[in-house]
Write a protein that binds this ligand. Sequence first.
Ligand SMILES: CC(C)(COP(=O)(O)OP(=O)(O)OC[C@H]1O[C@@H](n2cnc3c(N)ncnc32)[C@H](O)[C@@H]1OP(=O)(O)O)[C@@H](O)C(=O)NCCC(=O)NCCS
Length: 150
Amino acid sequence: MNKSFKMIIPQKEHIHGIYEIEKLCFEHPQSEQSLLNDLNGNSVFFCCVCENGKVVGYINADTVLDEVYVINVCVHPHYRRQGIGERLVKALRDYCRDNSFAFVTLEVRQSNTAAISLYRKLGFEKAGLRKNFYTHPTEDADIMTLYFKR
Ligand SMILES: CC(C)(COP(=O)(O)OP(=O)(O)OC[C@H]1O[C@@H](n2cnc3c(N)ncnc32)[C@H](O)[C@@H]1OP(=O)(O)O)[C@@H](O)C(=O)NCCC(=O)NCCS
């Protein structure tokens, strides 16, 4: 990842930039209020990458007991293929491993080859399928999971 990119824990002032990326990346973006709630304690892990103070990508995740569920990971379309997504997922992976979580898991559209390739590269395996999980367009989700202990 380029040295001008900095990974930080987002503050309130970064939420609008994160929301702008959500809108560019997803049909159903999280609201700014929901992102703010995540920041104020609903997410156990929240990280973003900035260039000169501007948010260019982020990841957040939730936990239930020793299980970690990725809420979202996305990179601004103009900043893709520069290692930012990989850096974000690696940061979450390292956090989970260092804090003795059992696994980290997520859902991904079966057509999302970029994300599936990223998760596979970092050791996630297909663990199941959710029929018609997504709408607009309707599509199945692969469940992808990285286990730390079995
Ligand atoms: C998926 C996403 C986060 C990847 O971010 P990125 O910063 O472009 O990814 P990186 O540059 O770190 O790439 C890391 C790896 O991901 C995979 N990858 C990324 N983009 C890819 C593409 N367009 N096609 C194929 N593989 C791709 C590759 O395995 C790549 O490793 P390599 O460079 O050794 O080939 C980004 O495409 C994105 O924000 N997509 C829209 C939101 C989304 O779909 N999020 C996932 C929801 S489950």
